[in-house]
Design a binder for this molecule. Sequence first.
Ligand SMILES: Cc1cc2nc3c(=O)[nH]c(=O)nc-3n(C[C@H](O)[C@H](O)[C@H](O)COP(=O)(O)OP(=O)(O)OC[C@H]3O[C@@H](n4cnc5c(N)ncnc54)[C@H](O)[C@@H]3O)c2cc1C
Length: 627
Amino acid sequence: MARLANPPYPGFRDSLKLDAPLAVQIQTRPGFFPFSKFSSVPLAITAARQAESDSGGNDAFKRLMIVPNCHVKQLRIRNYTLATGANVQEVDGIDTGDGFVDSSGSVAGNANRRPVVVLAMGAIESARLALVSVGGVPNANQIGANLMVHLRKNVSFTAPLPSGLALSGQELSALLVRCRASLPNGTPFHFHCQITASALPTGSGGGRSDALLFQSVPDLDDVRLFSETAPGEVDVSIRAVGEMLPNLQNNAVTVPLQPADNDEFGIPRASVSVVRSATDLQVMNVMNTVIDAVAQQVFGKQVIAANSPPDGLGTTYHESGTLRIGDDPTRSVANADGRFHYVTNLYAGDASVLPTCGSANPVMNGIALRRRLAKRLVPEGDGIGNPQSGRPIRPFYQPPMPAQPPAQGTVIPLFNGQTLGNWRMAGRGTFHLIDGALQSVPSFDLGLFWCTIPLPQNFRLELEFFTRLFQTNSGVFIRFKNPESTGYYNPAWSAVFIPAMSAAPAGFEIQIDNTGAPDGAAKHRTGAVYAVNYPGDPNPDPAIPPATPGDFVNPQNAQVLAWNQYRIEVQGDVITVNLNGVDTCRYTNPDPNRGRFSLTEPTFVGLQAYSNYTYTTAFRNIRITVL
Ligand SMILES: Cc1cc2nc3c(=O)[nH]c(=O)nc-3n(C[C@H](O)[C@H](O)[C@H](O)COP(=O)(O)OP(=O)(O)OC[C@H]3O[C@@H](n4cnc5c(N)ncnc54)[C@H](O)[C@@H]3O)c2cc1C
């Protein structure tokens, strides 16, 4: 409690919440080895059976299929041209040891729907496949870099049990102690001690408690030993596991092409380099000191951990980091979702995405990220229309409102052309940071790329946008609530006003569509606050409030293959829009629920990826000025 009241470093409380556990529930008793530990086959069989029964026997509806003994050799790629003319790559086929899987066609009969590929072959093999398949991307030098493993040391000893305990049965126990320290240069690092202790008959020899907990399959002799012998000593193993800090110069997976060294499928093998750095030695020294102190203070035993050799690098089988995620495409391989920055439908879904490894085994962190990715890729319900699920939803992340509202005149950059920091994707489609702009690859349903910086009450939003086609449909959303908090199947839709649904999460869209689909009406065209009632509308929408006198809509065509300037002002209830210097609308919001500023629940700006694969749109220079 004292630590909580007086945190030793910024973010201490959050770090406690985020630390992955080391163990999960198993179905055997402590000390008895779980037979499912080294195989995911039982889980895979259960999942495959579930998918079969859910599909009603129709393979086309299966959410999961397992293809056994199928070796993936390489991915085939093609180019997708973004709004500014820059390219991203797209996987459109998978070459396997059992033949080629062509995924260039439409999915479920929908040409806007693209297949998605997730690499989860382990940090080394995933990096190899990425290098041999998408090695031409601008940040290819990041692929395979940052290989991390764990630093590990085991020290075992026996200690007499305190007399008078009168134990009659054997016990096995384990304790985890998490630690954080700083290198001499101030860099923080993490390590932990797994302390296992097993009671033993006096003189029967030590060094077994770790094996009993983690490795051995108990047999009848073990059980007899446990049940028949009165314990006299405690057998202790202290295992220290430390974080390997990124060592980009030396630790990497590469695919050298010369001299040629191909595998049995004719694909170049990976070359793995991992060495101990000076930093690793410093971490090891700290761990030695802690092991010595625990042995002395807890068990009254003097040990010198420095005299025991560390485990070999890589013997933890905890490889990670080779496809690390980050907001800056020049310093990472994939974005926060695990999607390759320059490949629109390729994701990494294993421990390769970790930018740092912490000290815990990578599995739990990996599973947490995989669950998050699964939710992004396969929203429950998977459809247009998007009824609310009815389940209470707690947002994964709710940006806090600023303690003090920003002063009038403050300019807040939302996108600076260099990093994806503060931006998150909701719904379908993807956005890529290329040419200093955020550029969309739309998919089969609505997508919303939203900025997590809360909007002030009154503001001027300025941005530029660029399209390739006259009929491109896109838009800019303002004053909607956190899409992750609304319970929609496709969270992007929660920013949109839908009759018969709660208006509270919805905001307003400033339209980009020169054709004004579906009817060419002014309220559907570029420059309009989209689909609201303006004075003089021949077909007003009865589902939304009537027009306010004095409002107007004066749509303009956006320039194609050129940057356009939007200036969107929100003052109280009134939204005004200016496109390329022309006032295109004024709209007064009479709805007490929709698009409302709140001091407690933030509202945001978002960019639309419309449900048409060809409608790529670029946005840049996005900033707000507090009014
Ligand atoms: C002996 C041992 C004990 C461990 N104990 C623990 C522990 O107690 N706790 C813990 O958290 N972690 C433990 N680990 C680590 C943990 O198992 C790994 O970190 C984890 O499995 C990595 O998951 P992954 O999905 O990235 O890769 P993997 O689990 O290795 O899965 C990759 C899959 O991809 C397949 N694959 C690879 N290449 C291809 C290809 N070209 N084509 C098709 N398929 C391919 C592989 O066959 C494999 O099924 C242990 C590891 C080992 C080896």
